[in-house]
Design a protein around this ligand. Structure first.
Ligand SMILES: [Zn+2]
Length: 315
């Protein structure tokens, strides 16, 4: 690629069912978007699909801004290990593959890569709910629980690529009645097993014998069902404890929630009303906790926008 004006940013969100691409200007406006189905279980076809999206973005940009080019960032479900090979991807054909190196070879330009939770953190820190904040802790509460950390607009990775993997810490300040379900990671009682959508549904089933998904539990709670309301209270109480531990460790300016359960509006009232009792000094002295808990401004688009911002916009 012989373009010196790489001021636009292409973000690609490589999901289990679809691959989405958006081309952003330096101020975050969207120039072009496209999505395609993820070739299930086929690594070579996945690379080709990404190449086709990049080519499509190139054509679109050439038509709008002749001579301009773009950087490429990719959000993926798992993470690259220190050897560059992918791990923990639910699209298992990626696991063990040097995705970044293979894409760079295919595309002839550098590609930056981060997992979906890190992309959420970066998207929201750049021009979302955490814009202007020094430290953003972003949580995906969905089918699983992931989290990422952005510091001064950059993703914190760490030597193990694990920064923010709070979903596989245990629930702190244990109380009688806290279950410790087995987690796929090999541990028991991980936050993911209690705070995710399936975790909330399993908790409701343990207490009531009813098999409902998290959305149905929330709908019943809104309709006045006392058992469903109790399930949401236990969930909010556990989330408050889990985030109080984050505040004690990292003291982020903003905690952003993304994923399906981030649409539960009661969390933004109830969790900050609860977490002070476990935040160091606040519980004993009644000092206010200044951390803000906010829903992701860009919603489901945060993955693809955060991937684009893996290359920060020029100042
Ligand atoms: Zn786990």
């Amino acid at each position: 690629m012989d373009r010196t004006d790489l001021t636009c940013r292409l973000g690609i969100d490589l999901g289990g069912t679809k691959i989405e691409a958006r081309l952003l200007t330096p101020d975050g406006s969207e120039l072009w978007r496209h999505r395609c189905a993820t070739p299930a279980g086929d690594y070579g076809a996945t690379l080709q699909a990404v190449q086709a999206l990049v080519a499509g973005a190139g054509l679109a940009l050439a038509g709008q801004r002749p001579g301009a080019g773009f950087t490429i960032g990719l959000g993926s479900p798992g993470a690259a290990g220190p050897d560059g090979r992918m791990k923990n991807c639910n699209s298992t054909c990626l696991n063990g593959r040097p995705l970044q190196a293979d894409l760079e070879a295919a595309l002839g330009q550098p590609v930056r890569l981060a997992n979906d939770a890190n992309c959420l953190a970066l998207s929201e820190a750049t021009d979302g709910a955490g814009a202007g904040a020094a430290v953003v802790f972003a949580v995906i509460l969905g089918t699983g629980v992931g989290a990422g950390i952005a510091v001064h607009g950059r993703v914190l990775h760490g030597p193990n690529g694990l920064a923010g993997e709070w979903g596989h810490n245990p629930l702190p300040w244990a109380e009688a009645g806290d279950p410790a379900p087995a987690c796929y990671c090999g541990q028991a009682g991980c936050l993911e097993t209690l705070l995710s959508g399936p975790g909330l549904a399993a908790d409701h089933r343990r207490h009531t014998g009813q098999t409902l998904d998290a959305v149905a539990v929330a709908e019943r709670a809104a309709a006045g069902d006392a058992e469903a309301q109790a399930t949401l209270r236990r969930h909010a109480h556990r989330l408050a404890r889990a985030l109080a531990a984050v505040i004690n460790l990292l003291d982020p300016d903003v905690i952003v929630l993304g994923g399906g359960l981030s649409r539960l509006a009661h969390l933004y009232r109830e969790v900050p009303a609860l977490w002070g009792q476990w935040v160091f000094a606040a519980g004993a002295t009644g000092q206010p906790v200044h951390t803000r808990l906010l829903p992701a401004l860009h919603g489901d688009a945060s993955g693809v926008r955060g991937a684009a911002w893996l290359w920060p916009a020029p100042a």
